[in-house]
Structures are given as structure tokens and as C-alpha cells.
Design a binder for this molecule. Structure first.
Ligand code: SF4
Ligand code: SF4
Length: 353
């Protein structure tokens, strides 16, 4: 399997790394099965977070002390002060039955600079934890491109994690170059665009063509992990045909698409934004009988309660016009619902918003 080096950490891992957010949604037994499939297939890096409910416990349940020595674990603290960050690091260690975490990341902070000098900051907690041997390296994650670039250039972080996929813009591609120049490791989160892409071939071929990117493949089924392992053992070329496929998917989704990250929540009207923002896509790509059911229509109906307060849009890292986008999605959905329930063939718009 191709190896990728994580910048100045000197850590080199096989190119298939596992994002452990989705294992929250499966039973402990199933999570352990997925983690063992990954481990047996050569996955060396597992990325989790303190905030991913029981993901860390499932990692702790899956790996014996001797297995733990052979893997790299990365986790994250979504804290805003020293004490909380330190407590979260200690809890992560306990949950995963380990006495060190290889890379601990500050999880999506709202600012990057100034932290090193402040003794009460999260960054100081990470530094102290590093001195105490609880963590080996310090990383940061962010959904904001400017902040991710700032972190990469600051010299304070060994790794940067940012949503990055084959649909990323040239500006986002530049971030990978900055990381390379600064000798900072780069993790691609949401390499499948938060569920927007279903077939792993093109996304995998794209990542495989890059030198310094470790994509974190979030999987919640053994079969999904097996697909990535088989792609790594026989990597598809990112050839002309694949690149045409990327252009087609880009055109279908536009440059501004919802990644399903959920940062826009909570909505005071109780609207399930990460779902309804992509509802047309879900109907198109998945089983219409499921997505055009009464249950899902009720989720879409909830958008009628929108207060147009703008709270969601102010929190969206991609500056999506959520209040108007959900109206557009609702109208498109109602038309598909009507077609489906009156027995007509489904007619999708060429370009979704
Ligand atoms: S604008 Fe509408 S969708 Fe957005 S947070 Fe307010 S009520 Fe919810
Ligand atoms: S609307 Fe924005 S914040 Fe909300 S899920 Fe989509 S990308 Fe994330």
C-alpha cells in the first residue's frame, strides 16, 4: 500500500486511514468488526474525537495493548479553555485504554493565533499534555479555509485537518501545497463529501494521485472498509475518464454544496438541516421509496416552520444561503413526491442547488 508521511511528525502511514465518526451509529460488536477488518487489511491510522460519543470507547474495545502499539491514534478536543481540554485528553486516554495519543487536535477552533502565549488556552493544554507524554504531536482541525491556511503557516501545529475531496476548489488545493511547503501533515476529512459521493473509486483515485494527503475514510460497514482496502491494493488511475467523472459530479452539485457537517445546528424551528439541505440529492442517489416516504416528507414539511432568523447561515462554514436553499429543496422535493405518488417517472433537475 502507498505510504504517506504526515509532515514534520515523521509518521508514515498506509494511505487508507479510517475516520471513526460513523462507528458511533453501529453496535459495539459491529464497530469492533469494522476496526478489525481495517487493522487486518493494513490500516494504521484511526481518527476519532472526544465529541464522537462512544467512538473512542469502541476503539478501546477493539485494540489490545499489543495492537495499539502498531497503530496511530488521532483524536480531538472541542474545548475553549485549558481545563476542559486537559480533561478531554485524560478522558480520551481512559476511554481508549492507552497512555498516549499520537496526534491530538484542537477541534475546529474559531481562531488560530495568539494561543501559544496564553496559559489558559487550549493550545497551552496541548503543549502541557505533550510535555507530560500524554500526546505526541499537536494538530488542529478546521472547516474554515482561511483559518486552516493560517494554522498551516503558523508553525504551531504539526498537522492540519480540513474537509477536502475531489470536489475541492483550487484555493483548497493550495492548502495541501502550503502544508507540504511548511512540512505540516495534512488530513482530508469528508473525502466522500459528507455522503454526497457514493462510489469510492473516483474519490480514492483522486486522493491516491496526491503526495501528501492522508484521507480519512469514514465507514460504518465492513463492506465499505473492504472496498477501500481493495482499491488500495489495486489503485485505479486518476485518468481522463475519471477526471471527466469529477467534472460531471462537480457540475451536478455546483461548487457550493452542503457537506452535512451539522455546524448550522441547532435550528430553533427543529429543522434537520444537514438532511433537508441535501434532500433532492438523497432522493436521486438512494431509494426513492425510502426518501419519498411520508416520514421523510414530514422532515421536509418542517422547513415550513423556518423563522428566517439566519442563525444557521451565520454558523455555516461554507456561507451557504440556508434559509433560501431549504425553500428550493422543499419545492424540488414536493414535485418529486407528487410524481412518485402519482405513478409518474421521476424527473430530476439537471443541476441541483
Ligand atoms: S433561518 Fe430557519 S432554518 Fe435557519 S436557524 Fe433560523 S429557523 Fe432554522
Ligand atoms: S448547511 Fe453548512 S453547516 Fe449546515 S450541514 Fe450543510 S455545510 Fe454544514
Amino acid at each position: 500500500m502507498k505510504k504517506v508521511r504526515l509532515g514534520r511528525t515523521g509518521i508514515e502511514v498506509n494511505e487508507v486511514a479510517m475516520g471513526c465518526l460513523p462507528i458511533q451509529r453501529v453496535s459495539k460488536e459491529e464497530a469492533v468488526r469494522i476496526l478489525h477488518t481495517a487493522y487486518d487489511g493494513g490500516v494504521q491510522l484511526f481518527d476519532t474525537a472526544h465529541v464522537y460519543t462512544d467512538s473512542e470507547e469502541k476503539i478501546g474495545a477493539a485494540f489490545t495493548p499489543s495492537m495499539r502499539q502498531r497503530i496511530i491514534i488521532t483524536s480531538k478536543a472541542m474545548a475553549t479553555d485549558y481545563r476542559t481540554a486537559m480533561d478531554q485528553i485524560d478522558q480520551s486516554l481512559e476511554r481508549m485504554h492507552t497512555d498516549y495519543i499520537d496526534i491530538y487536535q484542537w477541534h475546529n477552533p474559531k481562531f488560530i493565533t495568539g494561543a501559544p502565549e496564553d496559559p489558559e488556552s487550549v493550545y497551552s493544554a496541548l503543549k502541557d499534555a505533550q510535555k507530560q507524554g500524554k500526546i505526541r504531536f499537536i494538530g488542529v482541525t478546521n472547516h474554515h479555509l482561511g483559518r486552516a491556511k493560517e494554522a498551516a503557516m503558523s508553525g504551531d501545529y504539526d498537522t492540519v485537518q480540513y474537509p477536502f475531496s475531489m470536489l475541492s476548489t483550487p484555493d483548497e488545493m493550495e492548502l495541501t501545497k502550503i502544508c507540504k511547503e511548511q512540512n505540516v501533515g495534512f488530513f482530508a476529512m469528508k473525502a466522500m463529501c459528507g455522503g454526497l459521493l457514493e462510489d469510492g473509486r473516483a474519490p480514492f483515485a483522486f486522493m491516491h494521485s496526491l503526495e501528501n494527503v492522508v484521507p480519512l475514510w469514514g465507514v460504518q460497514r465492513v463492506s465499505e472498509m473492504e472496498q477501500f482496502l481493495s482499491l488500495a491494493n489495486d489503485p485505479p488511475a486518476f485518468d481522463e475518464e475519471m477526471q471527466k467523472e469529477v467534472v460531471r459530479i462537480r457540475e451536478e452539485n455546483g461548487s457550493e454544496f452542503c457537506r452535512g457537517c451539522g455546524y448550522c445546528l441547532p435550528c430553533p424551528a427543529g429543522i434537520e438541516l444537514p438532511t433537508v439541505m441535501r434532500i433532492e440529492f438523497f432522493v436521486k442517489r438512494n431509494r426513492p421509496d425510502v426518501w419519498l416516504s411520508e416520514k421523510n416528507k414530514l422532515r421536509v414539511d418542517q422547513t415550513l416552520q423556518c423563522l428566517r432568523c439566519g442563525a444557521c447561515a451565520s454558523r455555516c462554514p461554507y456561507h451557504l444561503d440556508i434559509p433560501n436553499r431549504i425553500v428550493d429543496q422543499r419545492e424540488a422535493y414536493y414535485e418529486l413526491y407528487r410524481q412518485y405518488h402519482s405513478g409518474e417517472p421521476l424527473r430530476f433537475r439537471v443541476r441541483q442547488k
